[in-house]
Every structure is written in structure tokens, then in C-alpha cells.
Design a protein around this ligand. Structure first.
Ligand code: NAP
Length: 288
């Protein structure tokens, strides 16, 4: 059967879009699969995705990934939504097929697979996550859906956490005061940073890492950040004996899952990861 991508192109849309790693990751996989398809980037300014969408098929697109600021705006514009996209109210992958727009979100499942790669089973865990933005949202809702015992969202904007608490009985909210994070971390067996603190280019990092002292040493520490590959948080966590997991696995797995939707085929994750790493690591090392 011919690939649905035959003669089509793929792209990532967003604004800004210059720094997106999706073209490197997706083209590496397309080339490894021998699919005659190119993957580009398209700048679509905030608030204009509704107007841009009707012309997407005439660009020869078989699908596209979406990043800031379009993930939420795309939700009501889809003909069909996957269960995860509906749950997060966010779309990161759109397949154009037979004149229809099929919306998916692969972020939460990508994170789960990265945990699995690191030998971490989230089932029954007591999780603490810092931040309640877009990435945290998909991670929190996915972890709640797969049966963590509870997940405490520590953040500085209570409304964002309240929305997550309302979505699942296993989600709790806390502020980011030291007393609150100490109490939550003391009883946790998995910690995730979902804030951009420590991300390259942001220019802000945690002021101190002594909050980690409250976390049992057996609890893995995950940072959703992948630039740099090893944040100060992960260094500090390793120094305290924690298993440290960066955001690269999530980034690659969400991309593999997206390509499975575009190409309508199951992919061998190990082969895809190897193809991606060959092209991605030099880019990340150059910019880290
Ligand atoms: P976002 O929607 O802007 O959310 C950021 C969250 O961090 C918000 O809750 C924000 O709080 C909080 N925050 C920001 N600065 C803070 C500070 N100084 N102190 C305390 N909280 C702070 O961003 P996002 O899209 O979720 O991305 C978050 C991180 O995840 C980024 O580093 C990004 O690179 C990473 N990420 C990784 C992947 C992957 O595949 N590995 C995918 C997506 C994102 P307020 O709401 O109060 O501002």
C-alpha cells in the first residue's frame, strides 16, 4: 500500500518557529524510513491559525505539528480529536486526510514512554510537579489517567492548578512556598520540573536547590527541559543520588508518535530514536 505521505510535505507551525527542532527530528526519521517526504517550518502568527488552516491542503501538506501559540486554538477547528487531545484541550499533531482534519496530542504519551525508557513505572506513584503550563498540563492529566496515586501541582498561578484539580480526583494543588514544596516533596516518589527554570536562553534558574533535600533519594527527578541536556536541577539531583531524566526522551517519543499518525503506520521506536540521535545530538551539543 502506498504511504499516505507519498508526494506530500509535512511541517511544524508556530511563532516563533526558527528554533524548533521538529524539522531535524522528523526529517531524520523520514529519511531513515526511506519516505520521499520533506518536513519544513512555517511561521503562522498568533491568532491567525483559523485563517491559515483552509489553505494548508493546497500547500501539499499531509499533516503538521503545532507549537506555541496554536495548540489550544486548533482544538475547535478539528473534524476529529483523539482522546488525549480532547483531555488536554490541546493539539500538537494534525493529519490532513480525505479532506478532514484529525487532531492528536502526543506530549503526555511521549512523556510516559520516556519514563518507561528510564525504567520508571508511574503507576501508584506519588508525584510532585512544578509548573502548570502547557507541558505540565499534558503530563499531569496523562499521569492521572494512567493511575498515579496522586499528583501535586506546585505553581504560582492558582487558577491553572485549579483547572487540573477539577479534572481528576488524584490531582492536588499547592503554592510554591518552601513550606508547601517541602511538605509535598517529603511524601513524593517522583519529581518533575515543568517550569522553564534552567532552560537555555531563558536566563532564569532556581535560586537554590535545597528544596531537593526534602525529596527521598529513591525518587527519580525528571526535567521536561532538553536544552541543555543536563540542567542545573539534574546535576544537583544526581549529586544527591537521584535518578535524573531529561526532556529529550519526551521530545523524541512525541515526535515518533506524531509520525505514526502522519504515516498511518507503527514505527520501531529504537530504530527511530537511533536515527534521530545521530542528527539531533550534534545540534543540541552545538547550542548547549
Ligand atoms: P508554559 O506554558 O509557559 O508554562 C510554564 C510554567 O512554568 C507555568 O506554570 C509558569 O507559571 C511556570 N513558571 C515560569 N517561570 C516560573 C518561575 N520563575 N517560577 C515559578 N514558576 C514559573 O511553558 P511550557 O510550554 O509548559 O514549557 C515548560 C517547559 O517544558 C519548557 O522548559 C519547555 O522547554 C519544556 N517542554 C518540553 C517538552 C519536551 O518534549 N521535552 C515539551 C514541551 C515543553 P505561570 O503560569 O505563573 O507563569
Amino acid at each position: 500500500m502506498a504511504s499516505p505521505l507519498h508526494g506530500k510535505t509535512l511541517a511544524v507551525i508556530g511563532d516563533p518557529i526558527e528554533h524548533s527542532l521538529s524539522p531535524v527530528i522528523q526529517q531524520a526519521m523520514l529519511d531513515a524510513l526511506g519516505l520521499d517526504c520533506t518536513y519544513g517550518r512555517i511561521r503562522v502568527p498568533a491568532g491567525t491559525v483559523r485563517d491559515w488552516l483552509p489553505g494548508a491542503a493546497s500547500l501539499g501538506l499531509g499533516g503538521f505539528n503545532a507549537t506555541m501559540p496554536h495548540k489550544t486554538d486548533l482544538v475547535p477547528l478539528m473534524d476529529e480529536l483523539s482522546a488525549d487531545a480532547r483531555m488536554y484541550r490541546s493539539v500538537n499533531t494534525v493529519v490532513l486526510r480525505d479532506g478532514r482534519l484529525l487532531g492528536f496530542n502526543t506530549d503526555g504519551e511521549g512523556f510516559l514512554r520516556s519514563l518507561h525508557d528510564s525504567g520508571i513505572d508511574p503507576h501508584g506513584r506519588r508525584v510532585v510537579i512544578f509548573g502548570a503550563g502547557g507541558a505540565s498540563r499534558s503530563v499531569v492529566l496523562k499521569l492521572a489517567a494512567v493511575g498515579v496515586e496522586r499528583i501535586t501541582v506546585c505553581c504560582r498561578t492558582p487558577d491553572k492548578a485549579a483547572e487540573l484539580v477539577a479534572a481528576s480526583p488524584s490531582v492536588r494543588a499547592a503554592d510554591m512556598s518552601r513550606a508547601s514544596t517541602d511538605a509535598a516533596l517529603a511524601d513524593a516518589d517522583l519529581f518533575i520540573n515543568g517550569t522553564p527554570l534552567g532552560m537555555q536562553g531563558v536566563g532564569v534558574d532556581f535560586e537554590s536547590f535545597t528544596f531537593l533535600d526534602a525529596l527521598p533519594a529513591s525518587a527519580p527527578v525528571c526535567d521536561l527541559i532538553y536544552r541543555p541536556l543536563k540542567t542545573s536541577l539534574l546535576r544537583e539531583a544526581e549529586a544527591r543520588g537521584h535518578l535524573a531524566v531529561n526532556g529529550l526522551g519526551m521530545l523524541i517519543h512525541q515526535a515518533i508518535l506524531a509520525l505514526e499518525h502522519f504515516a498511518a503506520m507503527e514505527l520501531d521506536a529504537e530504530t527511530m530514536k537511533a536515527a534521530v540521535m545521530t542528527r539531533l545530538l550534534p545540534v543540541l551539543e552545538q547550542t548547549s
